[in-house]
Design a protein around this ligand. Structure first.
Ligand code: UDP
Ligand code: MG
Length: 322
């Protein structure tokens, strides 16, 4: 049999001192199980990415790495958000292993799906998307907004795997290509399909968070949603152009109508209709400017070429070659 692939599980952590001691041993158990089953190499690892936590998360990670060599960690210089933290981990891991699996550290995603993911890789898939088979553990609000959002994204021409978040297997081959995507506005789950390669899905059940609280309050969720659309699609700008054309045509018709009624001497006291039209057009213009501004802002950020993350520290065992 050919050489077994080395796996690194990449786990972003932000203020997770409560949940980390609970889930870290579960990840270790899973890695050991996969090694025992002869599916992955013995030097497979777990990599925690501390996303500038303000609590004891980094200390916990360092302690774990002293307990067992399979635990490694990198620390970002400040909080950069889930997507950037995950990217930092994946970019750091890509040269050290054959496959990565990214997963949240709160135990919501069923780690047992990893077996199937690795099997799919051994069968030739380079990307394996973890897909939730239901949303029972979500609030009704999150469930319906999320569902509507995926549909919207796909209508906007962004190829996103339905009900897939950031639980996925990606081979180092894929990650090396992914590294060439240099944008700072990142929406990983929408970008991986752009890399191509053979991919497949694995279905799993999503649970409640084991401990601690969600770091995705409504405003962060909305920001991620806007980033998702604007980093993957320029359709909103086209919609605005279409709206502009439609409004112009409408106004031409209106102008003709006004001229005719003026000519027939039938002058009306058109105050209310005037105000309505002004308000309507004013509103549409404001929205349009906002959407365009969103893209201009993104262009501005991209032109700066700032680093997407800065690693300030690593656990001692993290760069050891075996
Ligand atoms: N996370 C992160 N940086 C942040 C916010 C969150 O690295 O700024 C991590 C967090 O530790 C967790 C994952 O991203 O591992 C998902 O976050 P969370 O569980 O709070 O979100 P939810 O599952 O509620 O969408
Ligand atoms: Mg969570």
């Amino acid at each position: 049999m050919s050489k077994k692939p080395k796996l690194i599980i990449v786990i972003p952590c932000y203020n997770e001192e409560q949940v980390l001691p609970v889930t870290a041993p579960l990840f270790l158990e899973k890695i050991e199980g996969l090694i025992d089953a002869g599916k992955i190499a013995e030097d497979s690892k777990i990599m925690f990415v501390n996303d500038g936590s303000k609590d004891n998360t980094w200390k916990i990670i360092k302690d774990l790495s002293k307990q067992n060599a399979a635990y490694t960690g990198i620390c970002l210089s400040r909080n950069r958000g889930h997507q950037n933290a995950l990217l930092a981990g994946l970019m750091d891991a890509k040269d050290k292993c054959d496959i990565t699996i990214s997963i949240d550290c709160d135990g919501q995603d069923d780690i047992n799906a990893m077996d199937e993911m690795v099997d799919a890789y051994l069968d030739g898939a380079e990307i394996v998307y973890g897909v939730r088979n239901n949303r029972d553990s979500d609030t009704a609000f999150k469930r319906s907004t999320a569902q509507g959002y995926y549909k919207l994204l796909n209508k906007m021409g962004a190829e996103v795997v339905y009900n897939h978040a950031d639980y996925r297997l990606a081979s180092s081959k894929v990650l090396n290509e992914f590294a060439k995507f240099e944008e700072v506005n990142i929406y990983l789950r929408g970008m991986f399909p752009l890399v191509g390669f053979k991919s497949t899905c694995v279905y799993y059940e999503r649970h409640e968070r084991m401990k601690g609280e969600s770091h995705y309050p409504l405003h962060k969720m909305l920001a991620l949603a806007v980033d998702g659309i604007t980093s993957l699609s320029i359709k909103p700008i086209r919609i605005i152009t279409g709206m502009g054309i439609f409004m112009s045509l409408l106004s031409i018709i209106l102008i003709i109508y006004v001229l005719i009624s003026f000519g027939s001497g039938n002058v009306v006291q058109g105050w209310s209709s005037n105000v309505i039209i002004v308000l309507l057009i004013g509103g549409i213009q404001m929205i349009s400017l906002g959407v365009i501004g969103e893209y201009v802002g993104k262009i501005y950020l991209e032109t700066k070429h700032r680093p997407r993350f800065i690693i300030s520290e690593k656990t001692e065992n993290s760069d050891v070659e075996e």
